[in-house]
Design a protein around this ligand. Structure first.
Ligand SMILES: Cc1cc2nc3c(=O)[nH]c(=O)nc-3n(C[C@H](O)[C@H](O)[C@H](O)COP(=O)(O)OP(=O)(O)OC[C@H]3O[C@@H](n4cnc5c(N)ncnc54)[C@H](O)[C@@H]3O)c2cc1C
Length: 495
């Protein structure tokens, strides 16, 4: 669809305009379209057309970004590359928790309030799992919509030995089109790749396509939202300024949802500043761009034989027993999770690449992941042209992180595996925050319903609103919050 096609007089009017077609945007679009709303989804990126399955490696995120030269985004957002690990946050993740290096603050909503939306998200994204193996699983109003996916033999053997040695394993809940009639073949090119079979339930396949099929949704690709406009009083969002190639156009809607991800949602709200909101929309308390949080991540490589790895789909189980504490450690630690076969060596320097390749090809990769805490200082530093010039890291719980590394090495050692787990600075993954949810406009950007403080028809629905990241994968919580935003809009209008 061309932006110029919408430059009619009068311009088309939408019930809702959504900026971004990733995890938050497409999921909200699905809910609203099925509720009968006329929705425009604006995506700055293009459709990803995966290469034929004969060349799956060319669908790897790093290669695609290199090809695109700049990271301009894709229809479906980062979920096109995700590992489809779908966890509910634990009940305590919504409450204040004391960590080694500070406090993980309470959310303005409880787990119980989000539970119905978790279930809705699990159905939409076809999640396979079971709550029976995992003592940290929160209470559920219904079982997982699909049974757990069986482990391949190598992983099944590993899990059996870990269980016998006193390390309870738990299946990773996955969103895949798996089972009778399903298109998932459990191949190795899943996590960090685009699925050439559409078997991965990402935001495009599971949410946006069915939303488009209702006929209620218009999608503009390769179109960037430059600004969100408000009325003179600054109390209502009135429209958005869009740019496609050289064409600029303003469109109006009753409600706007910003789902541009991190850091783009914060940047967009900042670029949209006006006389009533001189520091950016929702930024009267200076919280925009701040309170970045996420996961501190490290890697453990279990040395196996080159042959045993072969074509295994290795993202299968996790050790979650140290989520809240360990026997000799009073603070939350996190999870140890099997990873997909990610060809991380392609990102290694030329000198390190042969060694990284050797390790990658003859080992099973696990992540260990703990919570990195939001602080007022953590987040995006902008220059006067609204570019992000620096990202200040959240507070990593470094001792807990190191303890988790040692526990992972010990667990695998107990069952006879030698592992490589370099002691190093954590990677920051699964970032959240920068437009966080809260009751106090001095320390948050959106309220408990994800509406920008002071502008009640402007919502944010993406990773930026999560106040904390817990220590499990965040995307199911993004989906659940986006569905809740959709319901909030449907209920308001019908009321
Ligand atoms: C390799 C990889 C594996 C992952 N695996 C997992 C996993 O297994 N489990 C999990 O929980 N999480 C995983 N994640 C993280 C997860 O994908 C992200 O947390 C999630 O996609 C964030 O959702 P979002 O809606 O905030 O942003 P996104 O999904 O990134 O969507 C934002 C969209 O907005 C568009 N956009 C930005 N600015 C504008 C603008 N101005 N105008 C128009 N459009 C705009 C972007 O192009 C993009 O499409 C993974 C991530 C990666 C990279």
């Amino acid at each position: 669809m061309k932006l110029s096609d919408l430059m009619t007089n009068p311009a088309p009017r939408y019930d809702v305009i959504i900026i971004g077609s990733g995890a938050g945007g497409s999921t909200a679009a699905h809910r609203l379209a099925h509720g009968g709303k006329r929705v425009l989804v604006v995506e700055r990126g293009t459709w990803l057309k995966p290469a034929a399955s004969s060349k799956p490696a060319s669908n790897y995120i790093y290669d695609i970004q290199q090809q695109a030269k700049s990271n301009t985004g894709f229809v479906g957002g980062l979920t096109k590359f995700y590992g489809a690990a779908h966890y509910r946050f634990r009940e305590s993740d919504f409450e204040e928790v004391v960590h080694e290096s500070g406090i993980s603050p309470a959310w303005p909503i409880t787990y119980a309030e989000l539970e119905p939306y978790y279930l809705m998200a699990e159905k939409l994204y076809r999640i396979h799992g079971t709550a029976e193996e995992d003592a940290t699983e929160p209470p559920r109003s219904a079982p997982f919509p699909h049974p757990p996916i069986p482990y391949p033999p190598l992983m099944a053997d590993l899990a059996k030995r870990l269980n016998a040695a006193g390390y309870p394993t738990a299946v990773i809940p996955r969103g895949l089109d798996y089972g009778a009639g399903g298109s998932c073949i459990m191949c190795t090119t899943c996590d960090a790749y685009v699925c050439p079979f559409d078997a991965k339930m990402d935001a495009e396949t599971a949410a946006l396509r069915p939303a488009l099929a209702t006929g209620n949704v218009t999608l503009l690709t390769e179109t960037e939202c430059l600004r969100v406009l408000t009325n003179e009083a600054g109390t209502q969002a009135t429209g958005v300024v869009l740019q496609q190639a050289e064409v600029q156009h303003t469109l109006h809607a009753e409600t706007i949802i910003v789902s541009a991800g991190i850091p783009e949602s914060a940047l967009l709200l900042r670029r949209s500043r006006n006389a009533r909101h001189p520091a950016g929309l929702g930024n009267n308390g200076g919280a925009l761009g701040r309170y970045l949080a996420g996961h501190s991540v490290g890697m453990v490589f279990l040395l196996t034989s080159f042959l045993s790895m072969k074509a295994l789909h290795t993202k299968s189980f996790a050790l979650n027993q140290y989520y809240h504490r360990a026997p000799d450690w009073p603070h939350p630690l996190g999870v140890i999770q099997s990873a997909g076969q990610v060809p991380f060596w392609r990102q290694a320097s030329r000198i390190m690449r042969p060694l990284a390749y050797l390790i990658g090809k003859s080992s099973l990769m696990f992540f260990y992941m703990s919570e990195a805490l939001p602080t007022r200082e953590a987040g995006l530093v902008f220059d006067e042209n609204n570019h992000v010039v620096e990202t200040i890291q959240p507070a990593h719980n470094l001792q807990s992180f190191e303890k988790l590394r040692q526990l992972a090495v010990a667990a695998f050692g107990r069952i006879g595996y030698r592992s490589i787990a370099r002691k190093r600075k954590p990677y920051l993954w699964h970032e959240v925050g920068t437009a966080r949810m809260g009751n106090d406009p001095a320390t948050s950007v959106v309220d408990a319903r994800c509406r920008v403080h002071g502008i009640d028809n402007l919502y944010v629905a993406d990773a930026s609103v999560l106040p904390t990241a817990g220590a499990v994968n965040t995307v199911l919580t993004i989906f659940a919050l986006a569905l809740r935003v959709g319901d909030d809009i449907l209920n308001r209008r019908s009321a």
